[in-house]
Design a protein around this ligand. Structure first.
Ligand code: HSE
Length: 375
């Protein structure tokens, strides 16, 4: 039976992955072994299934016994362990949620509802590294990837509204501490209808900018504000997050060597918990009817949901709070811009931890298990 090692399964993305695997009854057809970077030899039962004693995640000879390794441990783990494993001749499948190897020549970025042909070809041709994509890119492609696949797009701008979860669990807590801090400081004033709103607003700004406001993980206060810079600055003036939009999309669709579709925009952190939103401007290369576009998108995968362009539907279905915790990719505000009939506007929301992180990993694991079991 196929042996699979799981690493980093107790972190945030790893926990979402475990929950989804349990929900979908995925723990069958292979023998799981759970690795840890800190608690080797201990017993652990906190994921809802019976699991054997934990193994050392740095034990190369133990890892070498695995047919498949699934890791949500992060890029530094990948960097430390994978080269040693390959040096030892390990030829198993490496499935990784971290970004470290995404752009490597011998890696495939996985998002099977969008690039299943690429994945199938890669498995047949002996590729062994399958890496989850950047969350913003995956969520955008789940929504409108079909337009790119059909060659209908000249370029896209993606203006993002990214949740705290994309920055990590600590950042989610920090956002909540910041909200708490404002709430506590302002409670009496807010409850008193006699206090003018501008006095309240002044106090909010003072609180957010005070030296005691909890800002350790984000580069600036996020609650009551926004941060238009995610990840490092690149020579191009883009942030690394913005750079990924074009680089990863074209790699996922394997248009890189052919004619990459330009994609760019501004990535912004906002005070949502776990859903990334994006405002898209898509320059089509022909004037396609809106109904036809919506039909293509709806038929492209079963998760994307077109939200009618009404205030009620938008408020009910097209917000981070409405989408949080479910697999639907909401796509609304779809219309032609008055700039011209080839300019399409849309707004999309998806769960950063599900389709943005754990779900493509869960699904590539299943695909590989199935293919290996059949062959
Ligand atoms: N880099 C993304 C973010 C999340 O900061 O929101 C990971 O794909």
């Amino acid at each position: 039976m196929l042996k699979t090692g799981f690493v980093g399964w107790r972190g945030m993305v790893g926990s979402v992955l475990m929950n989804r695997m349990i929900e979908e009854n995925d723990f069958c057809g292979f023998e799981p072994l759970f690795f840890t970077t800190s608690q080797a030899g201990q017993k652990c039962s906190d994921i809802g299934i019976d699991i054997p004693v934990l193994q050392d995640a740095y034990d190369i000879s133990k890892l070498c016994q695995m047919d498949i390794i699934v890791t949500c441990q992060g890029s530094s783990y990948t960097e430390k362990v994978l080269p040693d494993l390959r040096k030892c001749g390990w030829n198993g499948f490496w499935i990784d949620a971290a970004s470290k190897m995404r752009m490597d020549k011998d890696s495939i970025i996985v998002l099977d509802p969008v690039n299943s042909e690429v994945i199938d070809n890669a498995i047949s041709s002996g590729i062994k590294n399958f890496i989850g994509g950047n969350c913003t890119v995956s969520l955008m492609l789940m929504a409108v990837g079909i337009l790119l696949k059909k060659g209908l797009v000249d370029w896209i701008t993606t203006m993002t509204y990214q949740s705290a979860s994309g920055a990590g669990a600590k950042n989610m807590r920090e956002l909540l501490s910041q909200m708490n801090c404002i709430g506590e400081k302002l409670k009496n004033l807010v409850d008193d209808p006699q206090v003018p709103i501008l006095a309240i607003d002044k106090k909010v700004t003072q609180t957010i900018l005070s030296s005691t406001f909890p800002v350790k993980n984000f580069p600036a206060p996020l609650a009551g504000s926004a941060i238009p810079f995610i990840d490092k600055l690149m020579d191009s003036g883009q942030t690394r997050e913005e750079w990924k939009g074009c680089a990863e999309t074209n790699k996922i669709l394997q248009t890189t060597t052919d004619k990459p579709v330009p994609i760019d925009g501004i990535c912004v952190r906002i005070g949502a918990m776990r859903c990334h939103s994006q405002a898209l401007t898509i320059k089509l290369n022909e004037n396609i009817d809106l109904d036809e576009i919506c039909q293509m998108i709806e038929e492209s995968n079963k998760w994307v949901k077109i939200i009618p362009n009404t205030p009620d539907d938008t408020a009910k279905y097209l917000t981070p709070a409405a989408v949080a915790g479910n697999l639907n990719i909401a796509l609304g505000r779809i219309r032609k811009l008055n700039i011209g009939p080839k300019y399409l506007s849309a707004f999309t929301v998806g769960d950063q931890l599900l389709w943005g992180a754990a779900e493509p990993i869960r699904r590539i694991f299943k695909i590989i298990v199935l293919k290996q079991t059949i062959s």
